[in-house]
Design a protein around this ligand. Structure first.
Ligand SMILES: Nc1ncnc2c1ncn2[C@@H]1O[C@H](COP(=O)(O)OP(=O)(O)O)[C@@H](O)[C@H]1O
Ligand SMILES: [Mg+2]
Length: 504
């Protein structure tokens, strides 16, 4: 378990356990008080008295039954008919007696050497508890009389219930003082414990999800601090943590962009320094070499024709190479002394129209169709007009040079400018596409490096200079492949509105 998880669990535990502990205490006290009110000797006495009343009532009932039995025994008619030993008459007489006394359920006479005689009530005998009374009597051949009386069961049930409650209650009242309270509170605590365990499990599972996201963010931060700017964290959902993650990702990618920008500019400035020295070292001896060659040719008095020709050829080569070296050193020193970018707010369409006017001659000369697709709405950008024009110039020149070697049916270079719809960071995108042979994939990483060229007469400085200028405009430049396989250079720069927002 991570430290954050442990903390969350502890917080959950404290927030749950504290009110519960208080509630257990309060319940304990409430139970104590109510038990003290309910469980006392007075109540026991009263319950016992109630039980006594029930018992008296039942004794009374029994006595009633005994009295009725006595009356039955004394019944004159029964006696008489028995003597006559008229069985059907006897039965009828007994049936009449039963009819007269609703509590009498059955009468049974038995004697030696004769069948027992039994008469029962014809009514229902539900809800009734029976009481049998027996008496030995001389009734002709019968010697024994049994009568069964019905008593209402409700009375007995009430008596039983009262008895049970009394026993239970007395046991409780006589139990050790804390017995009931402790039991009750323990049941309460166990139930609460189960509820707490369930809710804490749910809480922990839920907060762990959150904690895991924060943990991932923390890990990513450590990686970034260690210098890895390629990390990105999955925002998960669109809550506060999600937004935190998103802004973290944004910050890291911005950091990466600016680190690459700074890295590139540092590299370029090292190359500029080298170009400056190189230009300086090469340029100085060029004039003496040129002069010496000229002198050689002038001072030779002549005579040897073969030598004369050799001399002519050699000095010509020297002079040609000196011219090439001069051009190279001038390129080098112009690269070394690239002026600082001084941006001003310009309208993009305006700027591109300007470029079109001054660059169309390049296309005319090579029979290339050069089209500028200008933005219709005004887009304000912060451009150093001269420097940015140099970028467009370099890219179009490269396109034209790439198209020169191949026989495309219709050599074409197109320039587009579009404003991105992303309101967060308003940008413009300028694309310069050609339908030439494109750039070999293995050249992609190097084309923006100074001195990388595939041309015999190239310096390899055009794209390096262009990238430096674009980066100094807070923009980015990269190359893509067009559908037709040509090269598409993409420049993205913030608009002047985006600049204003950044500064505020
Ligand atoms: N539009 C293009 N089509 C094909 N290749 C290109 C294009 N633009 C640039 N390149 C490649 O990138 C290299 C570097 O270009 P650049 O820096 O302008 O130097 P240079 O033009 O002096 O060679 C070129 O030599 C060429 O190989
Ligand atoms: Mg070039």
């Amino acid at each position: 378990m991570r430290r954050l998880d442990v903390k969350i669990v502890l917080i959950l535990f404290v927030t749950v356990a504290l009110p519960l502990a208080i509630s257990v205490y309060l319940v304990n006290r409430a139970v104590d008080t109510s038990l003290a009110l309910g469980l006392n000797a007075k109540v026991v006495d009263q319950l016992e008295q109630g039980l006594e009343v029930h018992r008296g009532y039942i004794t009374e009932l029994k006595r009633g039954v005994e009295l009725r039995f006595e009356r039955l025994v004394d019944s004159h008619r029964l006696f008489e008919t028995a003597i006559f030993d008229d069985r059907p008459q006897l039965e009828m007489a007994i049936a009449k007696l039963i009819e007269q006394d609703p509590s009498l359920i059955s009468v049974r006479l038995t004697g030696p050497g004769t069948d027992p005689l039994e008469v029962s009530t014809s009514g229902s005998v539900d809800q009734v508890r029976t009481m049998a009374m027996n008496r030995a009597i001389p009734l002709g051949r019968f010697v024994h009389l049994q009568a069964v009386f019905g008593v209402d069961t409700a009375i007995f049930e009430a008596y039983n219930t009262a008895g049970e409650s009394f026993t239970t209650y007395r046991a409780l009242a006589e139990a050790p003082p804390d017995y009931l309270n402790n039991r009750f509170v323990w049941v309460y605590i166990s139930l609460l414990g189960i509820i707490v365990a369930i809710s804490m499990t749910i809480g922990i599972l839920w907060t762990r999800r959150m904690a895991r996201r924060i943990h991932r963010l923390a890990e990513a931060t450590t990686l970034v601090a260690a210098g890895d700017l390629s990390v990105r964290v999955d925002p998960g959902s669109d809550d506060e943590v999600g937004r935190l993650v998103e802004s973290f990702n944004g910050m890291v990618s911005e950091l990466m962009t600016s680190r690459t920008r700074i890295g590139y500019l540092q590299k370029i400035s090292a190359w500029q320094e080298m170009a400056r020295r190189l230009a300086h070292e090469i340029k100085n001896p060029l004039t003496p070499i040129h002069l010496a060659a000229q002198q050689l040719r002038q001072k030779y008095p002549g005579g040897d024709e073969q030598f004369q020709r050799l001399l002519e050829q050699s000095t010509e080569i020297i002079e040609e190479e000196v011219v090439t070296l001069r051009r190279l050193t001038s390129d080098f020193s112009s690269f070394a002394r690239l002026p600082e970018v001084r941006p001003e707010v310009v309208d993009l369409a305006d700027f591109l129209t300007d470029c079109e006017a001054s660059l169309s001659h390049l296309a005319v000369q090579d029979e290339i169709v050069l089209t500028f697709d200008l933005p219709t709405e005004p887009i304000l950008v912060r451009f150093d007009r001269i420097m940015m024009k140099r970028v467009i110039d370099n890219l179009i020149r490269n396109g034209a040079e790439a198209l020169k070697g191949v026989d495309a049916d219709k050599p074409q270079i197109s320039v587009y400018a579009v404003k991105s719809d992303d309101d967060k960071q308003p940008e413009v995108e300028i694309r310069i596409e050609d339908n030439g042979p494109g750039i070999q994939p293995d050249h992609h990483p190097s084309i923006f490096d100074p001195y990388f060229t595939t041309k015999s007469e190239g310096t390899g400085l055009g794209l390096a200079i262009s990238k430096k200028i674009v980066l100094e405009h807070q923009g980015q430049i990269w190359v893509e492949e067009t559908v037709g396989g040509g090269a598409a250079f993409v420049i993205v720069v913030p608009t002047a509105e985006a600049d204003k927002e950044d500064n505020s």
